[in-house]
Design a protein around this ligand. Structure first.
Ligand SMILES: Cc1cc2nc3c(=O)[nH]c(=O)nc-3n(C[C@H](O)[C@H](O)[C@H](O)COP(=O)(O)OP(=O)(O)OC[C@H]3O[C@@H](n4cnc5c(N)ncnc54)[C@H](O)[C@@H]3O)c2cc1C
Length: 378
């Protein structure tokens, strides 16, 4: 299969790189630092991208997009992640919340939610995981009980990225007393609804990242239900597959390998073979992601392909982090603009550790791939 992304996508890449380098200093490491100015800069950059029609480049024009193809979208994802995600937390709304609303939302929900995402005005969070429902997400116990024509929601979510700064949450709750997938329903909930309490979890991923969210008799209207009541599992499956191919982690891996090679000291001789092998694996991960993206664009089932790509790329993330550590020595763990690679090695190491857990653990991804292969074999 030929994955030539075409001239338009190549020109787009150049345009994005120029825009990023003109906007952010070389030491920019994303929104989740101790400097609130970094978050503010990413919010402003989203507006700039939106004004230039680049934020939702591959969304259909009727939903505020530019109608671009999947390769344009892929290039945007690659350049953003390679440069420490200058869209900050908004990538989540762009990568999967918007597409889920397009696929499952009513006309009113599309009109209400898609324009603010396309304009770069809103941060969403994902309320799926619970203390006793992570890998086994279908064990979730947050409940939604009908009360007249409203819903009363009670429960607890955990590891909710950006909950403290998000305006909206896509929440998975159970309606009725079924088990497993039965009764799981998705709700679009404003985060300022009375009864919602966010408690930040301090981690090495920096501020705003991980949180607990408590829902105590939170009341939402019928317009909050996304998809069918009890039909939430289909939304979750689609959302997670989009999420798994949505972050082009291989692009940051390749950029870091390249920065190491072109940096002051280059690659130490003893690590040259390892560096080259890793670059090959990163490019294989890229091709696996492209296969998932191409299948998705052709309307095919891409769940297992997305998982295969995710396994490859998260392993690369961690192996690149280790290689950078070995190459740069203790100094590679320094943070700040004066550190090697402007602190990118330290930053990448911290993020890479969580890569094989977020969006479903690597063991779960392996099961999805195995089930798909065995299913096809039978
Ligand atoms: C950086 C980060 C961001 C996150 N952001 C969000 C977010 O925004 N919203 C959200 O809802 N969640 C989020 N999560 C949560 C994430 O989806 C869960 O952590 C993940 O699904 C694993 O669930 P768990 O933590 O409950 O671990 P568990 O499910 O308890 O797993 C513990 C260990 O057991 C293994 N295991 C479990 N079941 C099996 C099995 N059947 N076979 C083999 N091994 C198994 C797992 O692979 C893992 O190694 C985030 C997590 C991280 C790290």
């Amino acid at each position: 299969m030929d994955f030539d992304i075409g001239n338009d996508a190549r020109q787009l890449r150049t345009r994005l790189r120029t825009s990023i380098t003109e906007t952010f200093p070389p030491e920019f490491l994303g929104a989740f630092t101790d400097d609130p100015a970094d978050m503010a800069a990413t919010q402003a950059f989203c507006k700039t991208l939106a004004d230039q029609g680049l934020l939702t480049i591959a969304w259909p024009t009727e939903h505020g997009g530019a109608g671009g193809d999947v390769w344009a979208q892929t290039v945007v994802r690659e350049e953003m992640w390679a440069h420490h995600e200058p869209r900050g937390p908004q990538y989540m709304g762009l990568n999967w919340v918007g597409p889920a609303v397009m696929a499952f939302g009513t006309a009113d929900q599309k009109a209400r939610h898609l324009p603010p995402i396309a304009a770069g005005d809103v941060i969403w969070c994902q309320g799926f995981s619970e203390p006793d429902a992570g890998s086994d997400l279908a064990a979730l116990s947050t409940r939604a009980v009908a009360d007249g024509d409203t819903w009363r929601i009670t429960g607890q979510k955990i590891w909710t990225s950006y909950a403290g700064i998000a305006q909206w949450c896509v929440l998975a709750a159970r309606v009725g007393h079924g088990t497993g997938h039965e009764g799981i329903t998705m709700f679009l909930v404003p985060m300022d609804t009375p009864g919602i309490r966010v408690v930040p979890i301090r981690t090495m991923l920096g501020p705003h990242h991980l949180n607990e969210v408590f829902f105590d008799d939170v009341i939402v209207g019928p317009d909050a239900v996304l998809g069918a009541v009890g039909g939430g599992w289909a939304v979750i499956k689609e959302a997670l597959a989009h999420e798994r191919v949505g972050i082009a982690r291989y692009a940051r891996c390749e950029r870091l390998l390249s920065l190491l090679a072109t940096g002051e000291d280059g690659i130490p001789d003893r690590l040259r073979t390892r560096w080259a092998r890793l670059l090959v694996r990163v490019r294989v991960a890229r091709l696996l992601a492209y296969r998932a993206v191409a299948t998705q664009a052709a309307g095919g089932d891409f769940d297992a392909l997305a998982s295969a790509a995710r396994i490859a790329v998260t392993r690369c993330d961690q192996d690149v982090a280790d290689l950078l550590g070995d190459a740069l020595g203790v100094g590679g763990l320094d943070a700040g603009a004066d550190a090697p690679l402007h602190g990118a090695a330290e930053d990448h190491w911290r993020y890479a550790q969580a890569a094989t857990i977020a969006s479903g653990t690597i063991e779960v991804q392996r099961m999805i791939v195995a089930r798909d292969l065995l299913g096809n074999a039978s």
